[in-house]
Design a protein around this ligand. Structure first.
Ligand SMILES: [Fe+2]
Length: 412
């Protein structure tokens, strides 16, 4: 009898142990994803429910051995810088919880930025979209088509997001639900270049989620960033955290553009300077920065905020692109309807690809086809190296005027 009790007790604890062992480890709330892409690495981010020491195992394509990076202390939000990697090389990253390589939390792949002067730094494509927010189905539709295009082109470079990641940008769960989970298939393949939108506002979540090292002191501590990839320089401006000095910030912007005189030059921020969309152009911001962008010979400006696609003709040499159809509710025209600078407008979900070559930029914008079952290009255009910028002087500034109530196109 006694031995039977011992056997039953042993069996009970064995079953309990097995059940505990099989209990699934909670996945990360967000991530893993990569930001701060550089030629020698990136910052790998993810968020866990509880504090833990994170560990990333990074293996270059074709390499015999992997490199292991371990966080120095237990944290909930993980931003692990992986460095010392070979430039222009595919890497696989496996993320684990625990310094001893505990439960696996996820994987991603990314390609380090090209080495200076390398061919893959002159001929490549990158991707852009924005305003993802509340319509998860629409966001997932964009992500599916975008990932398919990334793989079709085999361009494992980076994706730019023009801001408004989630409706409740100060809410971690809303950001995870509306942005990180739908975007996971994309973020598992492309590092992100983020822009702060009004829904991220002045909260600390933006720099927490997108911990770009070396945020520029000279710009006045706003969440601006300067990102270089081969022949491209992208300057992202934060419109919602005031810099210590506007003059200092404009000086920084002018210097960064002048430094990039031999590169393609893009500037991105959230609220457009020119838009016929439901919010219209931000005239105050236009007054602040336009002359600097013209003097700096910017090729194109990427924005969001208005939930539509819009392309302007070059205004003082600069093409303005509103790419705000990543999942937020679509909206029609609202201001400056009929403006001659508006070349193309579409209230549809979409994303954009930019093929970079030494002589020209080739843009394509993709949205749902008439059948709605797959995406197709609905706008395509090129920008030459020399855009005939007229010099530093403000562009035309038509006063915004209210239009008839905008026609709201239903979700595609
Ligand atoms: Fe916005």
């Amino acid at each position: 009898m006694r031995s039977l009790a011992m056997i039953l007790t042993f069996a009970f604890f064995t079953l309990c142990s097995a059940a505990a062992a099989e209990k699934p480890v909670p996945g990360p709330l967000s991530g893993p994803y990569a930001v701060a892409l550089a030629a020698d690495g990136a910052t790998i981010c993810w968020q866990t429910e509880k504090k833990a020491v994170g560990l990333a195992v990074v293996k270059a394509e074709g390499a015999a051995e992997a490199k292991t990076f371990t966080e120095p202390k237990a944290v909930e939000f993980h931003a692990l810088k992986v460095t010392g990697l070979a430039a222009g090389t595919e890497h696989q990253v496996e993320v684990f919880s625990g310094a001893a390589g505990g439960p696996a939390l996820g994987t991603l792949r990314f390609r380090t930025a090209p080495q200076a002067g390398a061919k893959d730094g002159a001929d490549f494509a990158f991707f852009a979209y924005g305003d993802t927010r509340t319509r998860k189905d629409a966001h997932e539709q964009v992500i599916k088509a975008l990932v398919a295009e990334v793989e079709r082109l085999k361009q494992h470079t980076f994706v730019l997001h023009t801001g408004d990641f989630a409706q409740g940008g100060s809410d971690e769960e809303a950001t995870a639900e509306q942005f990180f989970r739908p975007a996971a298939p994309l973020l598992a393949r492309l590092p992100l270049v983020p822009v702060r939108g009004n829904h991220e506002g002045g909260t600390d979540l933006f720099p927490k989620y997108f911990p770009i090292p070396d945020r520029p002191e000279a710009s006045g501590h706003a969440d601006d960033l300067c990102f270089d990839y081969g022949s491209v320089r992208i300057l992202a401006l934060d419109q919602y955290t005031r810099p210590k000095s506007e003059d200092g910030r404009m000086k920084w912007l002018a210097e960064k553009l002048a430094e990039a005189k031999d590169r393609w030059r893009f500037v991105t921020f959230h609220e457009p300077m020119y838009s016929t969309g439901s919010h219209g152009g931000n005239v105050g911001f236009r007054k602040e920065v336009e002359s600097v962008l013209i003097a700096g010979k910017v090729h194109a400006v990427f924005v969001g905020h208005d939930h539509n696609y819009e392309r302007t003709k070059p205004i003082n040499g600069i093409t303005h692109l509103t790419i705000g159809g990543g999942g937020a509710p679509l909206r029609g025209k609202g201001f400056d309807v009929g403006a001659d600078w508006s070349v193309k407008f579409a209230a549809t979900v979409h994303f954009l690809t930019v093929a970079v070559s030494p002589d020209k930029l080739s843009f394509k914008v993709f949205g749902p086809s008439a059948k709605g079952d797959e995406f197709e290009a609905f706008d395509a255009f090129e920008i030459p190296k020399d855009c005939a910028w007229p010099g530093a002087r403000p562009g035309p500034r038509p006063e915004p005027k209210p239009a008839e109530p905008p026609a709201i196109k239903p979700a595609a």
